[in-house]
Design a protein. Structure first.
Length: 289
């Protein structure tokens, strides 16, 4: 029985194996980015950026239909453009960065939906907004794998200044000029991973696999290395569990993945040893860890 439920779908169906490979790659690249999004208090920025890629992907769809290259390239260009524009507005006016991002996010979402609706059907719109991880082909898997590889390499290169900037940005500015470059590189990695997630989970859910595992991990450890490892493991587990749930319960795969992550998050809020509700209601002895 456990074999039939947990393993048989991936043995019998190639599309399930491709979906599993895709979700594992997304978890490996996206979870560490999500941890730094939370450390930098940028989780809502990640959500805004997820919607910011929609107009570019929609223009790619308008030109070439559901073309992998066109929608990926368009999403990257749109994401980078919105990040740059919101930063310029925040620095050139009295508007704060979160407010400018919110404005661009709303404009981008409305524009993207309008563009897809001009040419596509409701099915095309649902595909863009919610994705379909079970429909991943080999070319899309290669794009996701490439983006994950780029993410891990660049993250390794900027890891130290990124950590120091999260803890003490003023100190980093006094001893090094790497902070600004690390920040820009990090924003680029956010866009890259959101574009990868867009193909599998759509623009509305792509940020979920970044933020939820990171939020879960913070209830289980204070050590940054462990938090990243836990977040990655949780993202992989949620991806696997979501695919199994989607297959047997006949529900959309993207929402199933996020719902599994949401269930783990709820359990972590209750029982997590670092700030969980049960731990707070039953604190340890004085000076006890």
């Amino acid at each position: 029985m456990p074999f039939d439920i947990l393993i048989a779908p991936f043995v019998e169906f190639a599309f399930m194996r491709r979906a599993l490979a895709g979700i594992m790659a997304l978890a490996l690249g996206g979870a560490p980015i999500g941890v730094f999004l939370l450390l930098r208090r940028m989780s809502l920025v990640g959500d805004a950026m997820a919607h910011a890629i929609l107009p570019g992907a929609a223009i790619g769809f308008l030109i070439s239909g559901l073309s992998l290259f066109a929608m990926t390239f368009g999403g990257l260009i749109a994401g980078f453009a919105v990040a740059l524009a919101s930063g310029l507005v925040a620095r050139g006016t009295a508007t704060k960065e979160d407010a400018s991002l919110a404005a661009f996010y709303l404009i981008s979402l409305a524009l993207g939906v309008a563009i897809v609706s001009v040419r596509g059907t409701n099915i095309d719109l649902l595909h863009v907004l919610f994705g379909n991880i079970l429909a991943l082909d080999d070319a899309t898997l290669m794009v996701i794998a490439l983006n994950t590889t780029i993410t891990l390499v660049v993250l390794a290169a900027i890891y130290r200044p990124l950590v120091v900037e999260c803890v003490d940005p003023v100190f980093l500015r006094t001893v090094s000029r790497a902070g600004g470059l690390a920040h820009l590189a990090f924003l680029a990695l956010v866009v890259v991973n959101l574009v990868s997630g867009f193909h599998a989970l759509g623009t509305l859910l792509a940020v979920g696999l970044l933020v939820l595992p990171a939020g879960i991990a913070q209830f289980w450890s204070r050590d940054l290395t462990r938090v990243i490892a836990i977040a990655t493991g949780v993202a992989m587990a949620a991806g696997y569990g979501g695919l199994v749930l989607s297959f047997h319960a006949d529900i959309p795969s993207g929402p199933a993945v996020i719902l599994i992550a949401g269930a783990i998050y709820a359990a972590s809020v209750l029982f997590g040893p670092v700030g969980g509700l049960v731990r707070r209601l039953r604190p340890g002895r004085h000076l006890e860890a």
